[in-house]
Design a protein around this ligand. Sequence first.
Ligand SMILES: C[S@@+](CC[C@H](N)C(=O)[O-])C[C@H]1O[C@@H](n2cnc3c(N)ncnc32)[C@H](O)[C@@H]1O
Length: 457
Amino acid sequence: MNVKHGAGTTGRAAPARKVAAEVLAAVRDDDAYANLLLPGRIAQAKLSPGDAALATELTYGTLRMQGRYDRIIRLAANRETDAIDPVVLDVLRLGVHQLLATRIPPHAAVGDTVALAPRRATGFVNGVLRTVSRSTPEEWDARLTEGLTGDARLAAEYSHPEWVVDALRRGLEADGRGSELEELLAADNVAPAVALVALPGLVEVAAVGEPGVIAPTAVRALGGDPAAVPAVAAGLARVQDEGSQLAAIALSRAREIVPGERWLDMCAGPGGKAALLAAEARIGGAELIANELVPARAGLVRRALAVFDPAPRVVEGDATRFATSEAGGFDRILLDAPCTGLGALRRRPEARWRKQPSDIPGLVALQARLLDAAVAALAPGGLLAYVTCSPHPDETRAAVAGVLDRHPELTAVDTREVVARIATSDLGPGVGPAVQLWPHRHGTDAMFIQLLSKVDA
Ligand SMILES: C[S@@+](CC[C@H](N)C(=O)[O-])C[C@H]1O[C@@H](n2cnc3c(N)ncnc32)[C@H](O)[C@@H]1O
């Protein structure tokens, strides 16, 4: 990543570094999400557009590459990172990022970073960063991968936990793309291009901007603040990953909508896919109900759907209740299941360090419960879209195999055929009826989409 830092003086960059350090502290201490916290902090600090870009780059880059930087700090400081005060460690990570991943001149990177350190640690920070600055990124890479092979080497080189490398490798292999692991790991470390969705029936793609890469509803955001795009300000277009757009319209466009159909979005918060489904339902004469467990997130869904008149009904609660309260009541159901989010590591920079392999069994059990409930709530002949923003085989193909096993009345729809028909560019190879999108291949989050249909009674 090349960040220009014209004058190389502390004057312009200091506030950006301060904001980045504050966000890193909140991520560490309060389990904050950088992508949610950072815009507010930038606004509070009244950063110029240049400083806002620098703060974003420093925060996201440092969080993504934290694993790699910690290995470098361990070598340069000659001590374990857990023996370093967490505040000082954050400062060091910020400094290493500037030295190894930006064009900020080394003297400015070191000087301005030392200024962020607690007084008692300035000598230590200065010494470690000077040591780091004496080797190139390539030299550090060689040192930190020395003696490592396989997933351990890739984990060190591409700054992913080893269990995530393993999960991604297995996800790629299941999709016939076993040779693409390094491309995927590299793509995870690059900020995604911002895509907008032009909500069908409310605004045309061409009225918002240039078409997107793969979803017919998508518009490329051309830099700057998306909120300043008039259609976005009016609520007619939204920021949304193109893979998420494809997942929603795979359900709505798989077959013609019969007016009066009832649709359910079981896990709707914060409402991105619900808004797109609501637009599609409105055009086809279907009724959408959006459900969300967490009240605050249900509020976000209401806000996302407020542009529609009448707005679709938003209900709160555990979606498994639909299995009994509305058994057989829905013609189409979206189950965008809670998951590890391993497919969205580009946009959630801290997620790879926060997730644990021990999270998987609980999520897999929840996904199975929600799938069973969805099958029960689906009308005979109805269509269910099972979607995750994770390519982890346990959360994707195994979850689908499980529900097909438990429910003989269910069949897997050739979702690759459906999505190939809808998409504006080639999906490329894949295995089986499921669609697995990939950041390095499609420029989207690694969304998994499987349509399932319930045989007619
Ligand atoms: C992957 S997110 C959905 C994203 C959403 N479809 C969108 O496009 O904006 C999963 C959501 O499921 C919700 N959730 C978790 N467990 C649930 C449950 N048992 N019933 C309903 N919603 C649940 C979470 O709070 C979270 O908002």
